[in-house]
Design a protein around this ligand. Structure first.
Ligand code: UDP
Length: 386
């Protein structure tokens, strides 16, 4: 059978872009089995020359250790002229490598889930005379680098009203902008597992107040200090409670936490593949303001306590969570512990949980994929007619 080829452009700067790319890939497979061949490419790592191809590898260490440098880079590239000059340079240096993407994948449609793909790739398509439809799926919730928005895309899928307004501000027409939600993996799209059996399956106490603590895919931020502060505070309450800490790919953090003594039951995990189960088993989540984790928590109706954000791309997520009444923001482990203490003893969790479910868009990946397929089918019909 002849498959239509879809190419998803992303880069591993944080875990969220790949997670959204994989969610779309899984949604194509689930909704249109055997019709599409969907390939995911890290454009920066695989198709740009040294030293540009080192950027994704350096992203996490820069965020973790020299945040001021990230803030500086972000501020420089917020300037549209500086951004466009930098991309022109990258394009000139990388053009031959970039051509290989088209030769290797021969896509019928291209999806970008990264802010730094639009300008470079649309320029490539223009220079190569390749009329391949190009769509953007914005994987940030409420703060946007202008690189996300390019007036020549067929569609720009966004996850919030703020994102839709930003797209319009950068010159996209209303017909190009579609507000369908952030694509999260299909595990979150169906019926979520019930709390008590899930707790039993995960080795958790079935009735205890359960706090989930995360730091994104890389286990970033003051996760250890927060875990200790929250555990101490909950222990002082003498209530029935437990803490789950998911360290992601941060093995050093996992080992350090496993060596610690805890005053309440604490379960410590490395990178988990069943986030929907851990969220379904919990009563609230403490996390940095990663858009993927926020979208998943909303689907699970989990009140969200934000413990930090990456300057630039995650800043807007804080107001998104607070203003929508689905959580709070605290920037010190002691304040986080005090807030969790209030939540454990109070009634506001129920209301925040209801607000979270109202905002959730569990079928976003399926809805986006359906619209992309309609777009492809429309293009095919236009080609037949002309
Ligand atoms: N994640 C996961 N397993 C882990 C830790 C994180 O599957 O052990 C997933 C999480 O569910 C989310 C993504 O990694 O889908 C993190 O994305 P987010 O946008 O929150 O933060 P980032 O890592 O991109 O900064």
């Amino acid at each position: 059978m002849n498959h239509s080829r879809i190419l998803i452009l992303m880069s591993d700067t944080g875990g969220g872009h790949r997670a959204s790319a994989q969610a779309l890939q899984a949604a194509f497979a689930a909704r249109y089995p055997d019709r599409f061949q969907v390939e995911i490419v890290d454009l920066w790592t695989d198709y740009t020359p040294w030293p540009i191809n080192q950027m994704p590898r350096l992203y996490s260490p820069i965020i973790a250790r020299v945040l001021w440098f990230w803030k500086l880079l972000w501020a420089v590239f917020e300037n549209e002229r500086a951004f466009s000059a930098a991309l022109r340079l990258v394009y000139l240096i990388s053009r031959n490598e970039l051509r290989r993407v088209l030769q290797a994948h021969r896509p019928h449609l291209i999806i970008s889930v990264h802010p730094f793909m639009q300008h470079i790739f649309l320029r490539l398509l223009e220079h190569e005379g390749a009329a391949i439809p190009f769509v953007t799926v914005v994987t940030d919730l409420a703060s946007f680098h202008h690189g996300w928005f390019h007036a020549r895309v067929e569609r720009c899928f966004v996850a919030s009203e703020v994102a839709a307004a930003a797209a319009r501000r950068y010159g996209l027409q209303a017909r190009q902008v579609r507000l369908l939600g952030l694509p999260v993996r299909p595990d979150f799209a169906g019926t979520l597992p019930d709390k008590e059996p899930t707790r039993a399956r995960l080795g958790l106490a079935d009735t205890a107040f359960t706090v989930l603590l995360l730091g994104g895919g890389e286990g970033m931020g003051p996760v250890a200090a927060t875990a200790h502060a929250v555990a101490q505070r909950l222990a002082a309450m003498e209530a029935d409670c437990q803490l789950v800490v998911i360290c992601g790919r941060n093995e050093r953090l996992r080992k350090a936490l496993q060596r610690s003594d805890w005053p309440i039951p604490v379960q410590i995990c490395g990178f988990v593949d069943n986030m929907q189960e851990w969220m379904a088993a919990s009563d609230c989540v403490i996390t940095k303001a990663g858009p993927g984790t926020i979208a998943e928590a909303l689907i699970c109706g989990l009140p969200i306590l934000l413990s930090g954000f990456i300057p630039g791309q995650e800043e807007g997520s804080v107001s998104f969570v607070v203003e929508n009444g689905v959580g709070a923001y605290c920037d010190s482990p002691d304040d986080i512990a005090a807030t969790i203490n209030d939540w454990a003893g109070g009634s506001q969790l129920v209301q925040m949980s209801a607000h979270a479910r109202e905002l959730a868009r569990p079928r976003a990946a399926y809805d986006i994929v359906d619209e992309i397929v309609a777009l492809l089918d429309g293009e095919a019909a236009d080609t037949r007619d002309s």
